[in-house]
Design a protein around this ligand. Structure first.
Ligand SMILES: C[S@@+](CC[C@H](N)C(=O)[O-])C[C@H]1O[C@@H](n2cnc3c(N)ncnc32)[C@H](O)[C@@H]1O
Ligand code: SF4
Length: 351
């Protein structure tokens, strides 16, 4: 089982981001970190979690490094008995707030993997994206993480903006590979509603080949593409767990949970969540939803899809795709050769 903890605070709001995070609610942090304990108790019972059942913990956001390390202590104390001995424990972090002290303290609490929001090492591009850190701050934070004992370090890069040229992106890749990292998440900019970028669609560059070019460059450096946006010599167990359709507990405002065909949705609003942290609405998934999700997730990643979920007519289409060498089958699972056409392939099988 996987566990996700959502931290809905950010020091500034980036122009592209529609995540559930707020810059004006820092005064609620203490109350929020109390409420997550109440929800955690509730979910541990609902999911019938036993000792050592939690394989991975991912602290995401928002910006987990906005919250002092000491405020995480009670959460770690409560979850510790349920964590597998070699559990992967990841936190996201922003270069500005992830100080050496914060990193050392989080490492001491048991966090063993860190994922930095970097986006770019180009000063102009960082400003264009509304980022609050300099390229130097990102490099220092990553080096500090390594100094603090983190061996699994990832960074997020964002491409497909109007400022991007192959030279700029090559520089970003070169700088990344000079740092002590073993993982990169490379996201193509998506224009989201209710963000400043939504009113400026020209911020996105239309270049169909850029994703392919970018991924080929990361692969040339020895990082395996194990999902459409994820590359590394280390592959995140938490990520793989989602794509393998494992159950996951979601703790925090708007943090979705999933267990045996049901999804749980807590309050998204921080204030409402703090008042009632165990409230969730429940969504029941039907068989068709599950086949669709498993197909989409499996074809976007190295996980693949077990063919026992498909109908006879879907299997006929799968054999067509195998003949056309678009996908291949191994031990009753199908695998995609090109993650960038996963949606088209899934649509063809499922329609
Ligand atoms: C929660 S943030 C990472 C940690 C921290 N909040 C930060 O940004 O420094 C997760 C990542 O999602 C990606 N992201 C968010 N909105 C996006 C968008 N509209 N298009 C592409 N990537 C996006 C960014 O790369 C970002 O680093
Ligand atoms: S990208 Fe990260 S720092 Fe920027 S607003 Fe979104 S969650 Fe906050």
């Amino acid at each position: 089982m996987l566990l996700y903890l959502h931290i809905p605070f950010c020091d500034s709001k980036c122009f592209y981001c529609s995540f559930n995070s707020y810059t004006t609610l820092h005064h609620t942090q203490k109350a929020y970190m109390q409420s997550i304990l109440k929800q955690l108790d509730f979910e541990l019972k609902r999911f019938e979690v036993n000792r050592y059942d939690i394989e991975t913990l991912f602290i995401g956001g928002g910006t987990p490094s906005c919250v002092e390390a000491s405020l995480y202590k009670p959460f770690f104390k409560k979850i510790e008995p349920f964590l597998k001995k070699d559990a992967e424990i990841t936190t996201e972090a922003n270069p500005n707030s992830a100080s050496l002290k914060w990193l050392e303290k989080m490492r001491f609490l048991g966090v063993n993997r860190i994922s930095f929001g970097v986006q770019s090492f180009n000063e102009k591009k960082l400003k264009f994206l509304g980022r609050n850190h300099t390229p130097q701050a990102a490099q220092t934070a990553i080096k500090n993480a390594h100094k603090s004992g983190f061996l699994n370090i990832s960074l997020d890069l964002l491409y497909g903006t109007n400022l991007d040229t192959r030279d700029l992106l090559n520089e970003d890749i070169n700088t990344s590979f000079d740092l002590p990292i073993n993982h990169i998440s490379a996201y193509s900019l998506t224009i989201e509603e209710n963000t400043p970028f939504f009113k400026m669609p020209s911020v996105k560059k239309d270049d169909e080949n850029i994703a392919f070019w970018f991924s080929e460059n990361l692969k040339k450096r020895g990082f395996r593409q194990y999902e459409i946006s994820n590359f590394g010599t280390y592959e995140s167990k938490h990520n793989l767990g989602y794509w393998r359709y494992k159950d996951y507990i979601g703790i925090g405002g708007g943090a979705v949970g999933f267990m045996k065909k049901r999804r749980f949705y807590p309050h998204k609003s921080v204030e409402k969540y703090i008042t009632d942290p165990t409230f969730t609405t429940i969504e029941n998934l039907n068989e068709e939803d599950i086949v669709t999700e498993k197909t989409l997730l499996g074809l976007r990643s190295v996980v693949g899809v077990d063919i026992s979920i498909f109908s006879k007519s879907q299997m006929r289409k799968i054999f067509d795709l195998i003949t056309e060498k678009k996908i291949y089958m191994q031990k009753d699972r199908i695998y995609n050769r090109d993650f960038f056409i996963s949606d088209e392939i899934a649509l063809y099988i499922l329609s």
